[in-house]
Design a protein around this ligand. Structure first.
Ligand SMILES: NC(=O)c1ccc[n+]([C@@H]2O[C@H](COP(=O)([O-])OP(=O)(O)OC[C@H]3O[C@@H](n4cnc5c(N)ncnc54)[C@H](O)[C@@H]3O)[C@@H](O)[C@H]2O)c1
Length: 237
Protein backbone atom coordinates (compact mmCIF):
# COMPACT_ATOMS: atom_id res chain seq x y z
CA UNK A 1 0.00 0.00 0.00
CA UNK A 2 1.29 3.50 -0.75
CA UNK A 3 -0.11 7.01 -0.94
CA UNK A 4 -1.74 6.53 2.47
CA UNK A 5 -1.33 10.26 3.19
CA UNK A 6 -2.07 11.62 -0.29
CA UNK A 7 -3.54 15.12 -0.12
CA UNK A 8 -2.76 15.49 3.60
CA UNK A 9 -0.94 18.64 4.76
CA UNK A 10 1.36 17.73 7.61
CA UNK A 11 3.48 19.93 9.86
CA UNK A 12 6.30 17.99 11.51
CA UNK A 13 8.28 19.72 14.25
CA UNK A 14 11.76 18.51 15.12
CA UNK A 15 12.09 17.40 11.51
CA UNK A 16 15.86 17.91 11.30
CA UNK A 17 16.64 14.87 13.45
CA UNK A 18 15.54 11.56 14.81
CA UNK A 19 11.88 10.64 15.02
CA UNK A 20 10.67 13.92 13.48
CA UNK A 21 12.96 13.41 10.52
CA UNK A 22 11.84 9.80 10.18
CA UNK A 23 8.20 10.92 10.18
CA UNK A 24 8.86 13.67 7.61
CA UNK A 25 10.57 11.18 5.27
CA UNK A 26 7.97 8.43 5.52
CA UNK A 27 5.05 10.92 5.34
CA UNK A 28 6.55 12.39 2.14
CA UNK A 29 6.93 8.89 0.68
CA UNK A 30 3.26 8.25 1.53
CA UNK A 31 2.14 11.31 -0.44
CA UNK A 32 1.73 13.99 2.25
CA UNK A 33 2.74 17.60 1.73
CA UNK A 34 5.20 17.91 4.61
CA UNK A 35 6.23 21.18 6.22
CA UNK A 36 9.27 20.35 8.33
CA UNK A 37 10.15 22.74 11.17
CA UNK A 38 13.24 22.87 13.34
CA UNK A 39 15.82 25.35 14.60
CA UNK A 40 17.91 24.72 11.45
CA UNK A 41 18.18 22.24 8.61
CA UNK A 42 14.50 22.28 7.59
CA UNK A 43 12.29 24.10 5.09
CA UNK A 44 10.98 26.33 7.91
CA UNK A 45 13.16 27.37 10.81
CA UNK A 46 11.73 28.52 14.11
CA UNK A 47 12.52 28.52 17.81
CA UNK A 48 9.43 26.60 18.86
CA UNK A 49 9.71 28.00 22.39
CA UNK A 50 9.36 31.59 21.22
CA UNK A 51 5.63 32.36 21.27
CA UNK A 52 5.78 35.18 18.74
CA UNK A 53 7.89 33.16 16.27
CA UNK A 54 5.57 30.15 16.58
CA UNK A 55 2.54 32.39 15.95
CA UNK A 56 4.18 33.89 12.86
CA UNK A 57 5.17 30.45 11.56
CA UNK A 58 1.66 29.02 11.78
CA UNK A 59 0.11 32.20 10.37
CA UNK A 60 2.38 31.76 7.31
CA UNK A 61 1.43 28.10 6.97
CA UNK A 62 -2.28 28.99 7.23
CA UNK A 63 -1.90 31.68 4.57
CA UNK A 64 -0.08 29.29 2.23
CA UNK A 65 -2.04 26.06 2.75
CA UNK A 66 -5.38 27.11 4.27
CA UNK A 67 -5.49 24.19 6.69
CA UNK A 68 -3.37 21.68 8.60
CA UNK A 69 -4.43 18.03 8.51
CA UNK A 70 -1.64 16.59 10.66
CA UNK A 71 0.55 18.07 13.39
CA UNK A 72 3.42 15.89 14.55
CA UNK A 73 4.97 17.47 17.65
CA UNK A 74 8.34 15.73 17.64
CA UNK A 75 10.56 18.68 18.66
CA UNK A 76 11.72 18.32 22.24
CA UNK A 77 14.59 18.97 24.58
CA UNK A 78 15.37 17.38 27.95
CA UNK A 79 18.09 17.33 30.59
CA UNK A 80 18.87 13.99 32.16
CA UNK A 81 20.31 14.05 35.70
CA UNK A 82 19.75 12.31 39.02
CA UNK A 83 17.84 14.40 41.55
CA UNK A 84 21.03 15.12 43.53
CA UNK A 85 22.57 16.77 40.49
CA UNK A 86 19.63 18.35 38.69
CA UNK A 87 19.37 22.11 38.98
CA UNK A 88 16.07 23.94 39.05
CA UNK A 89 17.06 25.64 35.79
CA UNK A 90 17.50 22.21 34.12
CA UNK A 91 14.14 21.06 35.50
CA UNK A 92 12.41 24.14 34.10
CA UNK A 93 14.19 23.88 30.72
CA UNK A 94 13.04 20.26 30.44
CA UNK A 95 9.41 21.05 31.18
CA UNK A 96 9.54 23.90 28.68
CA UNK A 97 11.31 21.68 26.14
CA UNK A 98 8.80 18.85 26.50
CA UNK A 99 5.50 20.48 27.48
CA UNK A 100 5.47 24.18 26.52
CA UNK A 101 6.85 23.28 23.09
CA UNK A 102 3.81 21.06 22.42
CA UNK A 103 1.37 23.60 23.87
CA UNK A 104 2.66 26.52 21.79
CA UNK A 105 2.62 24.72 18.43
CA UNK A 106 -0.75 23.09 19.09
CA UNK A 107 -2.34 26.39 20.12
CA UNK A 108 -0.97 28.15 17.07
CA UNK A 109 -2.10 25.33 14.74
CA UNK A 110 -5.56 24.85 16.29
CA UNK A 111 -7.62 27.08 13.97
CA UNK A 112 -5.95 25.57 10.87
CA UNK A 113 -6.65 22.08 12.22
CA UNK A 114 -10.31 22.98 12.73
CA UNK A 115 -10.33 24.02 9.07
CA UNK A 116 -9.24 20.49 8.11
CA UNK A 117 -12.29 18.67 9.44
CA UNK A 118 -10.25 15.42 9.71
CA UNK A 119 -7.19 16.57 11.62
CA UNK A 120 -4.78 14.45 13.65
CA UNK A 121 -2.36 15.58 16.34
CA UNK A 122 0.45 13.17 17.14
CA UNK A 123 2.41 13.85 20.33
CA UNK A 124 5.24 11.86 21.85
CA UNK A 125 5.03 10.60 25.38
CA UNK A 126 7.51 7.90 26.37
CA UNK A 127 7.85 4.58 28.11
CA UNK A 128 9.13 6.86 30.91
CA UNK A 129 5.62 8.30 31.34
CA UNK A 130 4.48 4.94 32.70
CA UNK A 131 7.58 3.22 34.07
CA UNK A 132 10.74 4.17 35.94
CA UNK A 133 13.56 2.62 33.91
CA UNK A 134 16.44 1.43 36.11
CA UNK A 135 19.67 3.22 35.19
CA UNK A 136 17.90 6.17 33.51
CA UNK A 137 18.25 9.58 35.20
CA UNK A 138 14.94 10.71 33.71
CA UNK A 139 13.31 12.64 36.57
CA UNK A 140 12.29 15.79 34.67
CA UNK A 141 11.69 13.81 31.45
CA UNK A 142 9.22 11.53 33.30
CA UNK A 143 7.35 14.61 34.55
CA UNK A 144 7.32 16.19 31.09
CA UNK A 145 6.12 13.06 29.34
CA UNK A 146 3.47 12.32 31.97
CA UNK A 147 2.26 15.84 31.22
CA UNK A 148 2.20 15.24 27.46
CA UNK A 149 0.20 12.06 28.00
CA UNK A 150 -2.45 13.77 30.15
CA UNK A 151 -2.53 16.90 28.00
CA UNK A 152 -3.14 14.84 24.84
CA UNK A 153 -6.16 13.09 26.35
CA UNK A 154 -7.59 16.55 27.11
CA UNK A 155 -6.79 17.72 23.55
CA UNK A 156 -8.68 14.69 22.24
CA UNK A 157 -11.74 15.71 24.26
CA UNK A 158 -11.54 19.38 23.24
CA UNK A 159 -10.76 18.55 19.62
CA UNK A 160 -13.48 15.96 18.98
CA UNK A 161 -16.29 18.46 18.24
CA UNK A 162 -13.95 20.13 15.71
CA UNK A 163 -12.93 16.96 13.89
CA UNK A 164 -9.50 16.94 15.55
CA UNK A 165 -8.14 13.64 16.88
CA UNK A 166 -5.19 13.64 19.31
CA UNK A 167 -3.05 10.67 20.32
CA UNK A 168 0.35 9.93 21.81
CA UNK A 169 2.98 7.49 20.71
CA UNK A 170 5.18 6.23 23.54
CA UNK A 171 8.44 5.10 21.99
CA UNK A 172 10.87 2.82 23.74
CA UNK A 173 14.56 3.43 23.21
CA UNK A 174 15.05 4.78 19.67
CA UNK A 175 18.46 5.55 18.15
CA UNK A 176 18.51 9.33 17.57
CA UNK A 177 20.72 12.34 18.26
CA UNK A 178 19.05 12.62 21.68
CA UNK A 179 19.90 9.06 22.76
CA UNK A 180 23.32 8.65 21.11
CA UNK A 181 25.05 10.37 24.04
CA UNK A 182 23.42 8.03 26.60
CA UNK A 183 24.56 4.99 24.63
CA UNK A 184 28.10 6.32 24.17
CA UNK A 185 28.47 7.35 27.82
CA UNK A 186 27.55 3.95 29.24
CA UNK A 187 27.71 0.79 27.09
CA UNK A 188 26.14 -1.16 29.96
CA UNK A 189 23.03 0.97 29.50
CA UNK A 190 22.40 -0.64 26.09
CA UNK A 191 22.49 -4.09 27.71
CA UNK A 192 20.05 -2.88 30.36
CA UNK A 193 17.67 -1.42 27.75
CA UNK A 194 17.80 -4.58 25.62
CA UNK A 195 17.07 -6.78 28.64
CA UNK A 196 13.55 -5.27 28.68
CA UNK A 197 13.15 -5.38 24.89
CA UNK A 198 11.32 -8.43 23.49
CA UNK A 199 12.65 -7.95 19.95
CA UNK A 200 16.28 -7.52 21.13
CA UNK A 201 17.17 -4.54 18.97
CA UNK A 202 17.13 -0.79 19.56
CA UNK A 203 14.47 1.10 17.62
CA UNK A 204 15.03 3.28 14.56
CA UNK A 205 13.05 6.47 13.77
CA UNK A 206 11.28 4.68 10.91
CA UNK A 207 9.89 2.10 13.35
CA UNK A 208 8.01 4.95 15.06
CA UNK A 209 7.13 6.77 11.82
CA UNK A 210 4.95 3.90 10.55
CA UNK A 211 2.75 4.22 13.63
CA UNK A 212 2.53 7.96 13.00
CA UNK A 213 1.50 7.33 9.36
CA UNK A 214 -1.41 5.23 10.58
CA UNK A 215 -2.49 7.79 13.19
CA UNK A 216 -2.23 10.59 10.60
CA UNK A 217 -4.39 8.74 8.08
CA UNK A 218 -8.09 8.02 7.79
CA UNK A 219 -7.30 4.42 8.76
CA UNK A 220 -7.22 5.66 12.37
CA UNK A 221 -10.42 7.67 12.08
CA UNK A 222 -11.94 6.06 15.22
CA UNK A 223 -8.77 6.46 17.34
CA UNK A 224 -8.43 9.43 19.65
CA UNK A 225 -7.22 9.92 23.21
CA UNK A 226 -5.07 6.80 22.83
CA UNK A 227 -1.48 6.12 23.75
CA UNK A 228 0.35 3.59 21.59
CA UNK A 229 3.52 1.92 22.82
CA UNK A 230 6.11 1.46 20.08
CA UNK A 231 8.72 -0.09 22.32
CA UNK A 232 9.37 -3.71 21.31
CA UNK A 233 7.33 -4.85 24.27
CA UNK A 234 9.50 -3.08 26.85
CA UNK A 235 6.51 -1.93 28.90
CA UNK A 236 4.52 -5.13 28.40
CA UNK A 237 6.52 -7.27 30.89
N1 LIG B 1 14.60 8.74 21.00
C1 LIG B 1 13.97 8.04 21.96
O1 LIG B 1 14.44 6.99 22.40
C2 LIG B 1 12.66 8.55 22.51
C3 LIG B 1 12.00 7.76 23.45
C4 LIG B 1 10.80 8.21 23.98
C5 LIG B 1 10.27 9.42 23.56
N2 LIG B 1 10.93 10.16 22.64
C6 LIG B 1 10.33 11.44 22.23
O2 LIG B 1 10.18 11.49 20.83
C7 LIG B 1 10.33 12.84 20.38
C8 LIG B 1 11.45 12.95 19.35
O3 LIG B 1 12.66 12.52 19.97
P1 LIG B 1 14.05 12.38 19.19
O4 LIG B 1 14.84 11.36 19.94
O5 LIG B 1 13.82 12.20 17.74
O6 LIG B 1 14.72 13.82 19.49
P2 LIG B 1 15.98 14.52 18.76
O7 LIG B 1 16.70 15.25 19.85
O8 LIG B 1 16.73 13.55 17.93
O9 LIG B 1 15.28 15.59 17.82
C9 LIG B 1 14.53 16.62 18.38
C10 LIG B 1 14.56 17.81 17.43
O10 LIG B 1 13.82 18.87 18.06
C11 LIG B 1 14.46 20.08 17.74
N3 LIG B 1 14.14 21.08 18.74
C12 LIG B 1 14.33 21.02 20.09
N4 LIG B 1 13.98 22.18 20.66
C13 LIG B 1 13.56 23.00 19.65
C14 LIG B 1 13.09 24.33 19.61
N5 LIG B 1 12.98 25.06 20.73
N6 LIG B 1 12.75 24.85 18.42
C15 LIG B 1 12.87 24.12 17.28
N7 LIG B 1 13.31 22.86 17.26
C16 LIG B 1 13.66 22.30 18.44
C17 LIG B 1 15.96 19.73 17.77
O11 LIG B 1 16.71 20.69 17.04
C18 LIG B 1 15.96 18.34 17.14
O12 LIG B 1 16.18 18.40 15.74
C19 LIG B 1 10.61 13.67 21.66
O13 LIG B 1 9.40 14.15 22.19
C20 LIG B 1 11.19 12.64 22.58
O14 LIG B 1 11.08 12.99 23.95
C21 LIG B 1 12.11 9.76 22.10
Amino acid sequence: MSGRLSGRIAVVTGAANGIGRGCAEVFTAEGATVIGVDRAGTERTCDLLDEASVGALFADIAAEHGRIDVLVNAAAFAHFAWIEDMTYAQWQQTLRGELDIVFLATCAAWASMQASGTASIINFASANAAHALPGSSALAHCAGKGGVLAMTRQLAMEGAPHGIRANTISPGFIRTAATRAHLAADPAFTTQVLAKNMLKRLGEPEDVAWCAVWLASGEARYVTGADIAVDAGATAW
